[in-house]
Design a protein around this ligand. Structure first.
Ligand code: GLY
Ligand code: MN
Ligand code: MN
Length: 545
């Protein structure tokens, strides 16, 4: 990686070659990064590097495919917060180590409301400004403005010396016009953000709400503006005699003026996917299935390598990077007993014939939607009798969950249906210390020893999407067409589990599919990836010739 020292201004006139050997030279620690190389800062150099460039080629900017959909998404948010100014940061670049950053991924709420995806746009802030009701974007009560840091001119130091944002270092960034062309949203320089946020904020005026957790600097700015305007997060309790209904109404109104309410709202806004989101999910799933096929072709190589799980991981991850943005979460490539560790992402184990390998992986496409799919495959292409028995129980649990995942059912019913099958099968095998019925009761739950995770989670821009939604809309929520979630039962028998006969020990099976609730039923988006044991075996046989 290229040395990024030009970012920090030279702290002293001494060149690094002349710097004292010992510390204690008064140089600020933050400036020590400049000690590892020399950088030119003569006027002659500056004049030369900022001149002699051909006119800039236009960036090839097209409207984002999501742009026609984001107006309605923002209008839905607007309707929940009349009169409030809503601040949705993309987030900053995040440090990986010292002065190197992770690849940028915008906060999911920002991606959802702007349509931006891969790499765009660090430090940008979407603001929904309250306007006269009905006069805003799409007839809503708000007007959206994107505050961005546009491409710097070539006569600036940023052009050549800023390793985080400069064109020499990260390429040309979009201009304000480019941002508007792409998103359909008015774009302004981020330097205008402070004044724009502060306008009319105060008691009796505009309320300022920020999606917390995305950008500390923006949150601090919002806090500072609130403090200057004499606003607190929540209104002070008042010494009044209120009826319970009045008190609840007031508490609800006060809550609607908190950052938490905004975080909750942007999460709940994604519970039902629009047509474009469903399309993106289909693409993510299709790319993921192709990635699983690549892995199966590479299994013989995995068996030969001392870290065969890494062969599986890197095969899938390379595919994700080639066909999409990246993986939607760290790939779980768990061979043998590792499959009983739910989030096994170290992936440094051997892959042995005769064992199973659990692959839990998803491609995140450029719009940042991700699939989340698991298959548990026999390394040599055929399940043993006991592996098949466990696999079939998990598959039956998944099928039972699919059968109830229809509009009008509750999200929690999906898990309950899977658990009935799991408990019944464990009882049949003589593993439960109580009856299946007792285990399924609230006071029992012994079957969960072998499946401690839930059966489903919403899926979309985040692998665990809509995570801040209220319980009444999530676990207790009613399924609606357009919802996308996983169905992923499993059974995991640890190698040292003395509660099960030896033949089960070290076997871990999960089958995970991505389901779309349709008008009257559901669609298994990942159905093209074989699930039944005989189909898995036939598919593996075909792929491996
Ligand atoms: N891969 C994470 C999950 O299945 O939820
Ligand atoms: Mn999952
Ligand atoms: Mn998964």
């Amino acid at each position: 990686m290229t040395d990024a020292t030009p970012v920090t201004p030279e702290p002293t006139s001494e060149t690094p070659d002349q710097a004292p050997e010992h510390t204690g030279d008064g140089q600020d620690l933050a400036a020590r990064g400049s000690n590892r190389s020399q950088r030119p800062d003569s006027d002659a150099f500056k004049a030369f590097i900022t001149s002699g460039w051909a006119p800039r080629a236009e960036l090839d900017v097209e409207p984002l495919p999501a742009a026609p959909y984001t107006v309605a998404r923002r209008a839905a948010l607007s309707a929940r917060f009349p009169g409030a100014r809503l601040v949705v940061p993309a987030g900053p670049l995040k440090t990986r180590s010292n002065d190197t950053d992770y690849r940028f991924r915008p906060h999911s709420a920002f991606a959802h409301l702007t349509g931006y995806g891969t790499d765009q746009e660090p430090d940008a802030v979407l603001v929904l400004h309250p306007v006269e009701p009905g006069t805003g974007d799409g007839g809503s009560d708000h007007h959206a403005v994107l505050y961005v840091r546009p491409l710097a001119a070539r006569d600036t130091e940023e052009f050549y010396a800023d390793s985080r944002y400069g064109e020499f270092w990260v390429g040309a960034r979009p201009s304000l016009d480019d941002v508007t062309t792409a998103t359909g949203v008015e774009a302004r320089h981020v330097d205008e953000l402070r004044d724009a946020l502060a306008k009319d904020v105060g008691p009796g005026g505009v309320t300022l709400l920020v999606v917390a957790g995305a950008d500390e600097a923006v949150e601090a700015l919002v806090e500072a503006i609130r403090a200057e305007a004499g606003l607190d997060d929540v209104e002070a309790a008042q010494d009044e005699q209120l009826t319970e209904a009045e008190w609840l109404a007031r508490a609800e109104a006060a809550y609607r003026r908190t950052d938490a309410a905004l975080v909750e709202a942007v999460s709940e806004l994604r519970l039902v996917k629009d047509a474009h989101e469903v399309e993106q999910m289909r693409e993510a799933v299709a790319a993921t299935i192709a990635g699983f096929e690549e892995v199966v072709r590479n299994l013989p190589r995995a068996v030969e390598h001392r870290r065969g799980e890494r062969v599986i991981e890197t095969t899938f991850d390379a595919h994700a990077r080639l066909e999409g943005n990246t993986v939607g979460y760290e790939t779980i490539a768990a061979a043998g007993e590792h499959a009983t560790t739910l989030h096994w992402i170290r992936n440094d184990g051997v892959v042995r014939t005769g064992e199973l390998v659990l692959l839990d992986a998803g491609v995140e496409v450029d719009s940042l939607y991700t699939a989340d799919v698991t298959r548990t495959l026999p390394v040599d292409g055929e399940y043993t009798e006991v592996q098949r028995r466990v696999y079939q129980a998990v598959l039956d649990a998944a099928d039972a969950a699919f059968a109830v995942a229809v509009p009008g059912a509750r999200f929690r019913d999906v898990h309950a249906a899977a658990m009935e099958v799991i408990a019944a099968r464990l009882e049949e095998w003589g593993l439960l210390p109580v009856s299946a019925a007792e285990s399924l009761s609230q006071d029992g739950q012994q079957h969960r020893r072998w499946m401690v995770h839930g059966t489903s989670h919403h899926l979309g821009l985040d692998v665990h999407d809509c995570a801040q939604a209220r319980r009444e809309l999530y676990l207790d929520g009613v399924l609606e067409p357009g919802m996308v979630f996983t169905i992923e039962p499993g059974l995991y028998f640890k190698a040292d589990d003395l509660a099960v006969p030896e033949e089960y020990r070290g076997i871990g099976v999960r089958i995970e599919d991505d389901v779309l609730v349709t008008a009257d039923s559901n669609e298994n988006l990942s159905a093209a990836l074989p699930r039944r044991p005989e189909d898995v075996e036939a598919w593996m046989g075909r792929l491996r010739g």
